[in-house]
Write a protein that binds this ligand. Sequence first.
Ligand SMILES: Cc1cc2nc3c(=O)[nH]c(=O)nc-3n(C[C@H](O)[C@H](O)[C@H](O)COP(=O)(O)O)c2cc1C
Ligand code: SF4
Length: 603
Amino acid sequence: MTSQLESRVREVCREHGSDPVRLLDIARAVQSEFHGVSQQSIDAIADEIRVPRVTVEACVSFYSFLSVEPRGEITIRLCDDVPDRLAGYETVRDAFIEALGIPLGGTTPDGRFTLERTACIGLSDQAPAALVNEVPVTDLSSDRAREIVASLTEHGDPKRLVRKLGDGNNAHPLIQSMVHNNLQYPGEILFSPYNRGEAIRKALAMSPAEVIRSVKTARLRGRGGAGFPTGMKWDFAREVEAERKFVICNADEGEPGTFKDRVLLTERADRVFAGMTIAAYAIGAGEGVLYLRGEYAYLLPFLEQRLERRREEGLLGTSVIGKEGFDFDVRIQLGAGAYVCGEETALINSLEGNRGDPRDRPPFPAQSGFRSSPTVVNNVETLCCVTRILEKGPATFCEFGTPQSAGTKLLSISGDCRLPGIYEVPFGLPLREVLELAGGETAAAVQVGGPSGKLVGPEDFDRRICFDDLATGGALVVFGPERDLLSIVSAYTEFFIEEGCGHCAPCRAGMPAMLDLLERVRAGRGESADLDRLRELGDTIRRTSRCGLGQTAPNPILTSLEGLAAEYESRTEDNDTGLQRSFDLDAALEPAQAIPGRAPSHP
Ligand SMILES: Cc1cc2nc3c(=O)[nH]c(=O)nc-3n(C[C@H](O)[C@H](O)[C@H](O)COP(=O)(O)O)c2cc1C
Ligand code: SF4
């Protein structure tokens, strides 16, 4: 007999066309309605969309926002990223634990609440922060945590936790969020006034090849981290003959400490969609997808409305602004909490309804990506730059920046500084000047580019923010002199261990080995040979990992070994005695002692 649950799950599948490519949406919808994707739901989904059961199970087990075990009606996801820890995460966590009477990871016996920790949710400038279902709550304290639990117990509505709306579009009726933009330093490219349709009109008056030439003349490089020349990527996709081509906007923004794309999506959504449309025209694509990280689901109704308005204005749809033969539209895909899905091939797997495992390259997405078709993947900020280049021409864009890094860079600054938030600065600005702008002059170290970037000390503060010096996807986390820098390195290393997909051994096995060595050193039991081991292991993992996650995962340790050598040496220099200090006799004996249940009699 078909249960109520099964028939409803089948209905959810049919609402998504029983299309296997929509598996992630289906699983998200089932999770939100039933607070979990149970074994019975997995059976029903697999049968309804006609994929092996294991495909559905693999998808559900991969994403942190999905779970086979039932979760509470309300899930509180407390962000434990480094800026949150600096701002008091532990006291807030303890207050939630006490008020709810459950441990982290637990669910209340009445099934109302689940309390979890989560990696960066893109709110580092207003930390400590959490998501209550999809509602962001910011600037938490232990008192506020207790109040939140009391209000939710009373009315059960996370939206009613928002007492004061944030600035700009955060107060829009379709967002109604307490999030703030903290736009401290708007620049002349991304945050300049904007006329909807201007860039598209100018682009469509040119040939696709001319549009690509403009982007190349502007020397635009991707803002998602790797800095690949955008015009060149578009050329690759344009050259491939194919029935279908796709443009994907990467709005996964999972690099801890990065929140610039959130602000662009909130305040410059039309610039992003215009950039996607221009990219589509340039490469000959008809379909676009904006992959929005699950943490930003609260922006979805607003972004959908912006898309609808563009359709009504003829800026999307059949014959965009009357251009015969150019049809283009965009849909939004929500992610479900997986950092690795920001890697473009993992993102494409996720879009196709699979686990977000990275793919082998080649083929590159521009040759064969989404649905095996040529696909351009660009970052939110890159697409905003495209729009500006088409609005004002490449020369205006190149007035900012350096020869290798034209234009401006949007920085998300958080941590120990007086003015955390968003800064649009010309490429080439020395880090020291950026720190002065943000009120972080007393910094002892800065994590540039998130954990996959570099941890640098004061001797690097005169280096410049640009691709050929201190490259960054956008995150700067500032650490004051009182911070224990190696505990920060350890937290970032744990982040990579948790977020790796597990596919390849160097990343899966090598990173925990690096963390073990680091912990020995931190505990004062390491020797200088351990530092050499860390360097060797890190180098091997960098060279042999399959995707960018593993290739950058050793960076927090390797770059701090370079930039903050004294931190390590002070913990190891007294240990180079020839005895193997790193060997912990008590820890080694522990398992053997546990069997008879007694400790050794020797002192
Ligand atoms: C683990 C990992 C996570 C990534 N996360 C993001 C992300 O959140 N946003 C992004 O634009 N690029 C991210 N990237 C880079 C993308 O793979 C890709 O290079 C980028 O989206 C291309 O856009 P761009 O050329 O405009 O920079 C990530 C890469 C790796 C290895
Ligand atoms: S490097 Fe890590 S994240 Fe990348 S494929 Fe290998 S295991 Fe997965």
